[in-house]
Design a protein around this ligand. Structure first.
Ligand code: F6R
Length: 365
């Protein structure tokens, strides 16, 4: 039931504060992640994990890419991420004590399931699924399960599944990290950020009217670039995927530092460039990347923290995103990009919930 929403996708975008709260429910104290809540066997396995291999497809793969940044920088544990269709057909070297993590909304994606089944024979330490459907094959066949509790996702374009996957991944990385590099103080700060997250997602949703106004400028565009750096690069990839799948505008994501290695040649007045720019340690580098675009006449749409002091001026449209905690910023910045894709598609009149050529669950290779 769509309720008063025009599309399931819009309803699901707005459900995110609640879906994230549900995913956190019972899994956090004031200052700690309660890993017992993931299952009684989890602790003994995490004690032995020395590296992580993540496998997923599409939007779930993008969640894995964010997790890699978190895992290596905060847990201090090596982490690889690969799309399932590549992973399963590539012979690879398996390091000892590797945890295989699959991520899937449906738990029925053929390539992800096949990768899991292969892994069981290859000698991984254990398999852990982050999944949204309790009765799914992925859940039945994995050793450990960390459920996202997004509720049924009907829109083909994944929204609340993604933000709850990121939430679950952060819980996992904290639980793993405390056995490695993550200090108790750092854990407490991350847990505080998780407690703040539903409220920050609400604040990001309140940007909808101004994002809708921006979206109108994309209606006659054929191509677009999405830029981010660091942990926000996969968020740019996810923003580009959302836009292309529901509005049919070609959208390509680049790490901002790669611009001058090729894509800058595409930039002109007809090429909107969408940038995710929270106030993190890469902001000064990002600002100089934006100058490069501006100097070529490109129109920039920048989603930024007020503290970045990037102001709307010639060639820039700045959408200020409410203050968020640095660790959870990728989750918060996902919201404006989802809203942008949604409103561009509505202006274009495409079938938002059922985009052409796509199925909700890809159960064949
Ligand atoms: C994009 C989208 C797809 C899925 C992908 C994996 O909006 O929905 O890219 O993310 O097909 O599906 P799951 O997560 O069910 O394995």
């Amino acid at each position: 039931d769509r309720g008063h929403y025009r599309h399931f996708m819009l309803k699901e975008i707005h459900e995110q504060p609640r879906a994230v709260s549900e995913t956190l429910e019972g899994r956090l104290s004031q200052s700690r992640v309660l890993e017992e809540a993931f299952g009684s066997e989890v602790g003994a396995i995490l004690d032995r994990v020395e590296r992580v291999q993540i496998v997923a497809c599409g939007t779930s793969y993008h969640a894995g890419l964010v997790a890699r940044y978190w895992c290596e920088s905060h847990a201090g544990v090596p982490c690889d991420v690969e799309v399932a269709s590549e992973f399963r057909y590539r012979s690879h070297v398996l390091a000892p004590a590797t945890l295989l993590v699959t991520i899937s909304q449906s738990g029925e994606t053929a390539d992800t399931l096949a990768a899991l089944r292969d892994a069981r024979e290859r000698g991984y330490l254990a398999t852990l699924a982050i999944c949204n459907v309790p009765q799914s094959s992925l859940v039945r066949e994995s050793d450990l399960i960390l459920m996202t509790r997004a509720g049924p996702e009907i829109g083909v374009a994944s929204t609340k599944a993604f933000t709850t996957q990121l939430t679950a991944l952060l819980l996992l990385i904290i639980a793993l990290g405390r056995r490695h590099k993550l200090s108790a103080d750092c854990e407490a700060a991350f847990v505080r950020a998780l407690h703040n997250l539903p409220r920050q997602l609400e604040a990001a949703l309140a940007l909808e009217p101004s994002i809708e106004a921006l979206a109108e400028e994309f209606v006659d565009k054929r191509h677009s670039l999405f830029l981010g750096r660091g942990v926000q690069y996969p968020i740019a990839m996810e923003g580009a995927l959302k836009l292309k799948e529901i509005s049919y505008i070609h959208a390509e994501a680049y790490p901002a530092g790669e611009l001058k290695h090729g894509p800058l040649a595409l930039v002109d007045a007809e090429m909107p460039v969408v940038t995710v720019a929270p106030n993190d340690e890469l902001i000064e580098k990002l600002k100089s990347n934006l100058q490069e675009v501006r100097a070529r006449g490109g129109r920039l749409y920048v989603f930024a923290d007020a503290a970045t002091a990037i102001a709307t001026e010639d060639g820039y449209v700045v959408q200020t995103v409410p203050q968020s905690d640095e660790i959870t910023a990728p989750i918060v910045y996902t919201i404006p990009l989802q809203l942008l894709a949604y409103h561009v598609a509505v202006f274009k009149g495409t079938d938002v919930d059922q985009p052409r050529n796509l199925a909700k669950s890809v159960t064949v290779e």
